[in-house]
Design a protein around this ligand. Structure first.
Ligand code: ADP
Ligand code: MG
Length: 627
């Protein structure tokens, strides 16, 4: 969650000296490295001419192998072959409980905060595995450029939290690289298309890779890229389509799903080839050969492929709709749509995304290469080869921040997806007469009740001068700085008494947790609304009872006769009883209003009396103090 400024202050690049820099797209499935030469950003191939380096590391008996050879060995040596390590970056042992079932490797059961994977060459952390991938890419760049790198820019998903970003930096340091900056993947994609030089406006970056889908809404304003909102699904991608095609093939062949692991692996590989081949071809033949000699054949055409891919596309478009809503923009307000990720090569995906946004997406650059190209361009600026650019990238807070109010309710102060830095203030007051302290409970989440949100911090504002309930004016300010650090301050305005606390809202929150908290809030919206209304009415009823109790104690004997007092007491008892039993807000509201009606004459008498007392020369605040 850092404010990223793409221009180092006080840097004076020597014009004659060209420094060597590279941009690295450290992907879940594939990684790439690119660099700028003669003003042109180019992705660098390996000796065989391949641009993509599969993000797979195998700890083989003969040593460490990275890339295609490692990917191919995954079936025969799964425990020592680490794929998708990006999902583990910055994650703690606790987080593994959620991720565990998807991961085929064995973890060391030691009491370390960072999980370590057991391999035949020793235990390794996610940072170490990523460093191996970075080393191979850096070597590739060094060989192509003919010298050591002065620095690199590495891309990370926009939703990466501080821990995940730090882990990425650690991996680079371990690989002996100087990180000029980490930048968000969608921003890199926008930069690759030169949108940073284009007219100001809102852009959508649609990134569908192998196993993840990310949608980001960026706004370019005064040369600044601001991440307005991000969304997506961390377990949705091209792999799902491979599985859908494989399942269809099995069904066509009249076979059961439970193949032996090697046949299943082959089937998935064939499904993937079919899918990729249909970008060019209209129809392709397929076959399944089983170890027992049985063979099945068929054909897959584009029509059928579209049917199989449609559910996946619809899911991505629902996420787009939600994210646009978070950003507060409609599809027709989007100026440009950038497609990123291998899966967006599919013509059908391009068509449907184009329909959704009502405009042709940008597809001139290879969707695999877009992110690396943007990173290379920024690396070139940062290392000092160019100085005219000045990019500022902002982040958003992933979940709403708020505080607890009476009745265990959450008052939202800063809604989720607000760009940081941000400061918002709201005024609160005391609940009881003479209340001199106020407990402030800071929470994070989308639900209406405190118990369903995540508790971030507690603190108490003391020294509030005693006043009637509702008279104190307590200003609570939430300020989130550029690093995502939240500071909450409470000040009582009459007296100036103040208290504050600092918290790190993103700390320890995984994107999976964020997702599940968001999903919960959608699932429980109705129920939460009902509960919120009820709780609010309960607070209202308690407030009325409390005010009456304190009034009766003060002047009930003096202003009321026995019969009147009993009538009020009976009405109060009735409301107290409703408070226990009422399960809807309306009933309770009616009971509260009934009590207020019963007591109206008493309230009037008290008002007349206090006016008379004031006339008699007593100071109002004196009155307030002992009311
Ligand atoms: P990641 O961002 O997860 O590293 P990539 O952006 O490299 O992933 O995308 C990999 C995915 O793209 C794979 O599922 C692959 O099958 C898919 N893909 C590549 N080319 C095509 C194509 N022509 N048609 C459909 N899918 C493709
Ligand atoms: Mg990617």
């Amino acid at each position: 969650m850092a404010l990223l400024q793409i221009s180092e202050p006080g840097r004076a690049p020597a014009p004659h000296q060209h420094r060597l820099a590279a941009g690295i797209d450290l992907g879940t499935t594939n990684s790439l490295v690119a660099t700028v030469r003669s003003g042109q950003a180019k992705v660098l191939p390996d000796a065989e001419g391949n641009y993509l380096l599969p993000s797979v590391v195998r700890y083989a008996p003969e040593g460490i192998i990275v890339g295609q050879a490692a990917r191919e060995a995954a079936v025969e040596d799964p425990l020592n072959t680490i794929a998708s390590v990006k999902r583990l970056m910055g994650r703690g042992v606790e987080d593994l409980k959620h991720l565990g079932s998807q991961l085929p490797y064995a973890f060391v059961d030691a009491d370390t905060p960072v999980p370590r994977i057991r391999t035949r060459l020793g235990a390794v952390s996610a940072v170490e595995v990523s460093a191996e991938i970075l080393r191979v890419l850096a070597r590739r760049a060094k060989e192509a450029l003919g010298g050591a790198l002065d620095g690199v820019v590495i891309t990370v998903p926009a939703y990466f939290d501080e821990a995940q970003r730090q882990a990425t930096k650690d991996a680079a340091r371990l690989a002996g690289l100087r990180v000029l900056r980490l930048i968000n993947e969608p921003t890199a994609a926008a930069v690759a298309y030169g949108l940073d030089r284009a007219a100001e406006g809102v852009h959508a970056i649609y990134d569908l890779g192998g196993g993840t889908f990310d949608i980001s809404i960026l706004r370019l304003r005064r040369g600044v890229f601001e991440v307005m909102a991000t969304g997506g699904d961390s377990s949705l991608g091209g792999d799902d389509l491979d599985r859908a095609i494989a399942a269809w093939m099995l069904k066509q062949a009249g076979l059961e799903q439970d193949l032996d692991p090697a046949s299943l692996r082959r089937l998935l590989r064939d499904a993937r080839r079919l899918k990729e081949g249909l970008t060019e071809a209209e129809a392709l033949p397929w076959e399944i050969r089983l170890p027992d000699g049985r063979q099945f054949q068929g054909t897959l055409d584009r029509e059928m492929l579209h049917q199989l891919v449609d559910p996946l596309i619809s899911k991505t478009l629902s996420a787009c709709r939600r994210t646009l809503r978070d950003a507060g923009v409609s599809p027709d307000q989007i100026q440009a749509v950038v497609l990123v990720g291998g899966s967006t090569r599919m013509p059908w995906i391009r068509t449907r995304v184009g329909e959704f946004f009502g405009k042709e997406p940008l597809v001139d650059l290879d969707p695999d290469q877009v992110v690396a190209i943007g990173a290379a361009r920024q690396a070139d600026v940062l290392v000092g080869n160019r100085s005219e650019e000045d990019l500022l990238l902002l982040d958003v807070i992933p979940l709403s921040l708020g505080l607890e109010t009476m009745g265990g309710l959450v008052e939202r102060i800063i809604p989720r997806n607000t760009t940081i830095p941000v400061a918002r203030a709201q005024e609160f007051t005391t609940f009881k007469d003479g209340q001199t302290a106020m407990r402030i409970h800071v929470v994070q989440g989308e639900r209406d009740l405190v118990k369903d949100c995540r508790s971030l911090a507690h603190f108490t504002l003391r020294g509030i001068p005693p006043m009637v309930a509702g008279a104190a004016r307590i200003l609570v300010t939430f300020a989130v700085d550029a690093d995502g650090l939240l500071q909450v301050t409470a000040v009582e305005k009459h007296s100036g008494v103040k208290a504050q606390v600092e918290v790190k809202p993103s700390y320890g929150l995984t994107d999976r947790e964020i997702e599940s908290m968001l999903r919960d809030s959608l699932d429980h919206a109705q129920e939460d609304l009902h509960l919120r209304r009820l709780r609010e009415q309960q607070v209202e009823a308690q407030r009325t009872l409390e005010a009456l109790r304190s009034a009766l104690a003060k002047d009930g004997d003096q202003l009321l006769d026995d019969q009147e007092r009993n009538r009020i007491r009976a009405a109060m008892a009735q409301l107290e009883q409703q408070l226990q039993s009422a399960s809807d807000a309306q009933t309770l509201q009616a009971a509260t209003e009934a009590l207020e009606k019963t007591c109206a004459f008493y309230v009037e008498r008290r008002m007349n009396q206090s006016i008379q007392q004031a006339m008699a020369g007593r100071k109002l605040e004196e009155l307030g103090r002992d009311l």
